[in-house]
Design a protein around this ligand. Structure first.
Ligand code: NAD
Ligand code: ZN
Length: 820
């Protein structure tokens, strides 16, 4: 490379790295992996070393990647918050160790090893034992002051107790969102149709930068601390500092160790390679630091990183395996996700059998053919993904994967919108997973709040034809009796192509015999799994003869089943037998085999067949049949469900409106619309202009609303829900005016109020004739300034010349008596 080329490449790398830094730190998203990012940076550093004349002072090699945002006050760090050098190779670690030895002139030093936590760096400053400030890393020199948000993290001590606490000190740590919390939040967002958070790190970073700390508090962030700083902290070694801050009440991860040489460090790295996946947070490597503070000082810093520490990053593991097939999952919103089924392969501590393929584009990008050998990668924190096809191992003549064009759940032709990568099933009202999504949204605790209707129960009720839309829930009471004995799982069933129902062999054996436990039968069946069905039936008779319960009756019934199977026309399905045959043996005196098998077509469960046949059965027969079924709905469960459903009729109009699941209508919008229009008919009759006048309503929302009300099925649904007694208008008490003292005024409240909660102030303003606006805008008459009102809001209000009044002044205005 000549100097001109080098200069151009440096410029190009700088541009790319700045771009990825911006995405990563400002927008909390990524376009490339950390490994790829680190490679770009490494290339830049190498080139700059060879051509120092081209180093720019603001090169990304010279400064840490973050910056400060505009929404918070900023503060300067007492000690710069730097990056860490990083490497993916053992070789580089040994070279690092050599540099340390050379720098110190001897090998008498210790390494303190910690995991590299993948969260957001935070610095906490304490004065006289009290937390005074929490600041993000920012650009390393200055960061955003996010104290209020940090205070919501429960295990961060606001005040330190104990002896010898320095007057002023700083602790640093990594704020993270525990993996479990992350999954919980995403599961909920999925049900409510909100966009999913990409990964726990982005989620934590986004949360820390939120304006409203009550929302932050709900996110259950956590923090691990790994550094103490200050003028007089009274210790000379890092391990002593860690022990001390732990004693002071800071959360320290118990995953650290100390070693006398780099070989020890290597064992630590090996030890945690897979064990780290069981930790509550994502980690991407190991940080090793010189333990002694004086030695650290001797080694010093470069512009961007300390010379006494380095991060070893684990590279995502990769393995080759065979693509067996592709399944297509239909999500709750109708989005189709292809999933690769793989020959099991051991990867990063787990056995991998599937990998996400995201969408049709991904399959095209990889150029997947049926039965291809593929390279699978798993970083532990992410779902395994296929990185490439091993072309050398392609089966000659294999066909490229054909993407499906019909929904695997309901058979509807799939659609794909121009701007979206995913295919969608448009059958929102008749496609089982979409019905499930819709009902889950409807009963969600922030909507109708029917917690006795959990996912499993809803799924069962949908699969067995009891509910298709939210109104059907309110009809369940009338069919209570049919729910008794309804099966919660259909795992023990199989269906042939023509729709005849089969049941698993263990269940059949269990119901046909007496006195033999299901577990004993299951392990017998497992031992026979390689044998043909008829042999298994014969062997089971021998098994009964050898067991304690060798009754002639037991042997005889199984013998009968064998005879029936051989003489009937039913096709043979390994490990399963036709339900009709088993039932005919149990209730043969009530119905003929041909009647039963007729009923067994197109039913999903034994329960369904029996409902269809309406037979009078003896208690003994009922007991036998129960042994065929999975867990079933019992009386307690049903009455609990019915009660919850009944109670939900009291939910407010705004909740009902939210529960309907109209596209783009979240909780807040539902609230605004309900309060504005007071009832559903007024909302439905509203013109585009009337809707757009409302603060917070935009064009997409208007279109969603109009689409919704145009559909006669939706109107029918609303009518049915109304008939069942659900609220479609704002309750009198909140709609009635208490006074008209605020008539015609547009008001906003910001910061923490002493006499009102968030919702209360809105209700109060409206009850006194005023209108509440959600954002600072020209139209406001005044803003009620609560405690710690956000500085950016304040600035904006001042710029627009909007009057700020205190809560007390406001109360005087409406003469609300102040509660003691
Ligand atoms: N994929 C992308 O587009 C992209 C873009 C920018 C950065 N990145 C990645 O982000 C990473 C972040 O770079 P950086 O400069 O913010 O951090 P870094 O990797 O240089 O490491 C410094 C940070 O590590 C954290 N840390 C975690 N555990 C620690 C421990 N036990 N002791 C000390 N510090 C610990 C601290 O927050 C500290 O600020 C890099 O690894 C890079 O690969 C990726
Ligand atoms: Zn469908």
């Amino acid at each position: 490379m000549n100097p001109t080329e080098a200069k151009a490449r440096i410029a190009e790398l700088t541009r790319q790295i700045n771009h990825h830094n911006h995405l990563y730190y400002q927008e909390d998203r990524t376009e490339i992996s950390d490994f790829e990012f680190d490679r770009l940076l490494e290339e830049l550093v190498k080139l700059e070393k060879a051509y120092p004349e081209f180093i720019e002072s603001d090169s990304p090699s010279q400064r840490v990647g973050g910056t400060i945002t505009k929404e918070f006050e900023t503060a300067e760090h007492g000690y710069k918050m730097l990056s860490l050098g990083n490497t993916y190779s053992e070789e580089d670690l040994l070279a690092f160790d050599e540099r340390v030895a050379k720098g110190l002139g001897h090998r008498d030093y210790e390494y303190f090893c910690e995991l590299k936590f993948d969260g957001v760096a935070i610095s906490l400053v304490y004065e006289n034992g009290k937390l005074v400030r929490a600041v993000t890393r920012g650009d390393g020199t200055r960061g955003d002051v996010v104290t209020e948000n940090i205070k919501t993290i429960r295990n961060i001590p606001l005040k330190i107790h104990g002896d010898n606490i320095p007057d002023r000190f700083e602790v640093r740590g990594e704020v993270f969102l525990p993996k479990k919390e992350f999954e919980k939040i995403n599961a909920e967002r999925e049900i409510l149709g909100e966009p999913l958070l990409a990964n726990p790190r982005n989620a934590a970073s986004g949360t820390i930068k939120m304006q409203d700390s009550t929302v932050v508090a709900k996110r259950r962030l956590n923090c691990y601390f790994y550094q103490l700083l200050g003028e007089e902290i009274g210790v000379t070694k890092h391990d002593e500092a860690i022990t001390m801050i732990e004693k002071w009440g800071f959360n320290v991860s118990p995953t650290h160790s100390k070693y006398r040489d780099i070989q020890g460090v290597l064992t630590f790295i090996e030890e945690w390679k897979e064990k780290r996946f069981s930790l509550p947070l994502d980690t991407d490597g190991v940080v090793l630091k010189i333990n002694d503070y004086d030695q650290r000082e001797e080694l010093g810093f470069t512009a961007k990183i300390p010379r006494w520490a380095i991060a070893y990053k684990y590279q995502a593991e990769s393995a080759a395996t065979r693509l067996l097939s592709i399944s297509y999952q239909v999500g709750r919103t109708g989005a189709i996700t292809p999933v690769a089924n793989l020959a099991p392969v051991h990867l990063a501590g787990t056995t991998v059998k599937r990998a996400s393929l995201h969408n049709a584009n991904e399959i095209l990008r990889l150029g997947l053919h049926e039965g291809d050998m593929v390279q699978v990668e798993k970083g532990g924190e992410i779902i395994p993904k296929i990185t490439e096809v091993v072309l050398d191992n392609r089966i000659p003549g294999s066909k490229p994967i054909q993407y499906i064009d019909h929904c695997p759940e309901c058979g509807t032709k799939l659609e794909r919108k121009e701007s979206e990568a995913k295919h969608f099933c448009p059958n929102t009202k008749g496609c089982a997973p979409q019905i499930l999504g819709r009902i889950e949204h409807f009963v969600h605790k922030r909507a109708m709040d029917i917690d006795s209707l959990g996912t499993e129960r809803i799924r069962t009720l949908i699969d067995q034809g009891f509910i298709k839309n939210p109104a059907d829930i309110y009809d369940l009471e009338a069919v209570q009796e049919n729910l008794l004995g309804l099966e919660m799982s259909q795992d023990q069933y199989q269906k042939t192509d023509d729709g005849l129902l089969y049941i698993s062999l263990p269940k059949a054996f269990f119901a046909l015999t007496e006195g033999i436990s299901l577990t004993a039968i299951q392990s017998f069946c497992e031992s026979q799994s390689e044998k043909p069905l008829l042999n298994v039936l014969q062997n089971f008779q021998a098994f009964i003869r050898n067991s304690k319960k060798k009754t002639a009756q037991n042997v005889g019934t199984v013998q009968l089943l064998e005879n029936l199977l051989m003489t009937s026309e039913f096709s043979v399905l390994e490990d399963y037998v036709p339900v009709a045959l088993v039932l005919s043996l149990l209730i043969g005196n009530r119905s003929t085999l041909s009647e039963i098998s007729k009923a067994a077509y197109h039913e999903n469960t034994v329960h369904g067949i029996l409902l269809k046949m309406k037979l009078e059965l003896t208690n003994e027969q009922e007991d036998r049949i129960k042994k065929l079924k999975a867990n079933t709905f019992q009386e307690g469960v049903i009455s609990n469900m019915i009660e919850g459903i009944e109670a939900s009729k009291n939910q407010s109009f705004e909740r009902v409106l939210f529960a309907l699941g109209i596209r783009n209508i979240g909780e807040n919008t539902a609230q605004i619309l309900a309060r504005h229009f007071k009832n559903i008919d007024a909302l439905r009759a509203a013109s585009t202009e009337q809707l757009l006048e409302i603060n917070g309503v935009g064009e997409t929302l208007v279109i969603s609303l109009q689409d919704y009300f145009r559909d006669p099925e939706n109107l029918l649904l609303i009518q049915r829900l109304k008939d069942k007694g659900l609220r479609f208008e704002v309750e009198e008490s909140t709609a009635v005016l208490q006074s008209n003292k605020l008539e015609g005024m547009k008001i906003l409240a910001s910061g923490r109020l002493n006499h009102f909660k968030r919702d209360e102030i809105i209700d109060f303003i409206e009850a006194n004739g005023g209108q509440y606006l959600k954002a600072v805008s020209k139209g406001l008459d005044f803003i009620i300034e609560g405690e710690e009102m956000g500085p950016s809001k304040k600035e904006k209000a001042e710029k627009l010349g909007i009057k700020l009044i205190s809560e007390e002044e406001f109360l005087k205005m409406v003469e609300k008596p102040i509660a003691p």
